[in-house]
Ligand binder design. Structure first.
Ligand code: 6PG
Length: 244
């Protein structure tokens, strides 16, 4: 199930993303007593995380993970963990053990990736080639069509495990893999800005190179939502009727 919504501006986009995220979190808790959510990084979601922090939710039932992380210390200005803690997690009464940051303190990023994979398998009680099912995975999209840290024409796009080492030019990243994202119950892209328009056109094109526009690879078994602001999604308006 894929739904595309174009909102009038960034504040409306964030409000809609908040509404959808809260609904999915509440539903997960009602159905299974717990919600597992993986966060995207970058700049777009910061106001969304600030808005979530203002909600009254059963924080003890919510477990927060990251869909990708820059390979920097947790107090580095580029850290996705730092951004989410400052915008949201430090502002609510969520137990420390409910926050599951990606480790970035190993000399070898591949070791960190393996450790996070083991952490996920232990938390979700999965093993071997089973994939954990996240309730919600929030994603952004870069102007090159990347998502998480799945960059065009990188090895991470072919990874078949849970967690891979991504690369933005020479900069290592730790990222969810395509299959892990695609096993989620609900994936929500939140994309804003005219600089994303060209890549969106390619991602939504009937045929384009998936490895050139990695967001095309995100085809979850569960729900797929694309929430766009006008400046990013206006040219898609014609074809943004909800698709079955
Ligand atoms: O670590 C990251 O940077 C993100 O996870 C990345 O995938 C981000 O979502 C896109 O690059 C969009 O970033 P903006 O929201 O800043 O445009």
């Amino acid at each position: 199930m894929k739904k595309v919504e174009v909102l009038s501006d960034k504040p409306a986009l964030i409000e809609r993303a908040l509404q959808l995220t809260i609904a999915k979190m509440t539903n997960a808790i009602a159905e299974r007593g717990v919600c597992t959510i993986a966060l995207s990084g970058g700049s777009t979601p910061k106001p969304l995380y600030e808005a979530i922090a203002a909600q009254h939710l059963p924080w003890e039932k919510i477990h927060v993970f990251w869909g990708d992380e820059r390979y920097v210390p947790p107090n580095h200005p580029d850290s996705n963990q730092l951004m989410a803690r400052q915008a949201w997690l430090n502002r609510v009464n969520i137990p420390g053990e409910n926050i599951h940051p990606i480790p970035t303190n190993e000399a070898d990023p591949a070791v960190a990736a393996r450790k996070y994979e083991e952490h996920l398998q232990a938390f979700f009680q999965t093993s071997g080639d089973e994939f954990p099912k996240f309730d919600i995975i929030l994603l952004g999209m870069g102007s090159d069509g990347h998502t998480a840290s799945l960059f065009p024409h990188t090895e991470a796009l072919k990874a078949r495990g849970l967690i891979a080492v991504g690369n933005k030019q020479e900069e290592p990243r730790i990222t969810f893999t395509v299959p892990l994202i695609n096993h989620a119950r609900c994936v929500v892209f939140v994309v804003a800005g005219a600089d994303k328009k060209a890549a969106l056109a390619q991602v939504f094109a009937p045929d384009a190179d998936d490895f050139n526009y990695p967001s095309r690879l995100i085809q979850p078994q569960g729900e797929l939502w694309w929430l766009l602001d006008q400046s990013a999604g206006e040219e898609l308006q014609v074809s943004t009727a909800a698709e079955s």
